[in-house]
Design a protein around this ligand. Sequence first.
Ligand code: DND
Length: 247
Amino acid sequence: MALQEHEIERLAEGVVRRGDLPLLGRDPKVTYRLGIMGGTFDPIHNGHLVAAEQAFDDLGLDVVVFMPAGRPAFKLNKKVSSGEDRYAMTLLATSDNPHFVASRFEVDRPGVTYTADTLEMLRGIYADNVELYFITGADAIADIVRWRDAGRIARLAHLVGATRPGYDLARAERAIEGSPYQFDVTYLEVPALAISSSYLRGRVSRGQSLRYLTPDAVTGYIHKHNLYGVRQTRYGSVEGDAYGRRS
Ligand code: DND
């Protein structure tokens, strides 16, 4: 069930107190653009980082907030690493970029995380001169029309769909055009980075290198915490279950 208005206000207050989100919107004469990169980030990889960086440049964003989903709405029956691990990897991956921020906004939220709730809370936190840009892969654009409260998402944020060169946008465009809601979508062609979190998890479980696929600090974290069934690492041989947890 979507959050009630009073719950949104209470949660938003807590976040502002913790200073977890960037301050934007101070000058009422200026329009600011806040990028939001939502994801499971299990683990975060260079595809996510390149897409966000390009959105930042091409759309003139002021900052991009990376938000690992707390309990991802669409992965309730799948095994996902803990929010703490996914947040830590996101923090490590974004720490050297001055216009990237990793946020606990969704990780700390109780219950299932819906993007519409997140955007509604952000809308309540930021002044009207801060525009919200939700960045996502183009594949996800085609699905967004079926997300919880898609109409609210359309009303609250611009969408940025990252595509690969040669990617066929027909499915995404059909879905957006066929939707009863007015989505504002900008498509961005990002360099071919046909990598995914599941590809990385598979490589880890086979003891293969992640070099150049994700920042080294993330690889170090995965090995140190034995995520994804680490089999063979430079720190020695480690046995884990199929998803990287030792019993
Ligand atoms: P994913 O599990 O796809 O994230 O979740 C993306 C976002 O959608 C999260 O914020 C979810 O909460 C939200 N969502 C999904 C479904 C339903 C609802 C909300 C709802 O509210 O009902 P990943 O970690 O797999 O990927 C993060 C983003 O990066 C995604 O948008 C994905 O498409 C994109 N991506 C790439 N972009 C460029 N190059 C690549 C990419 N790999 C993934 N290689």
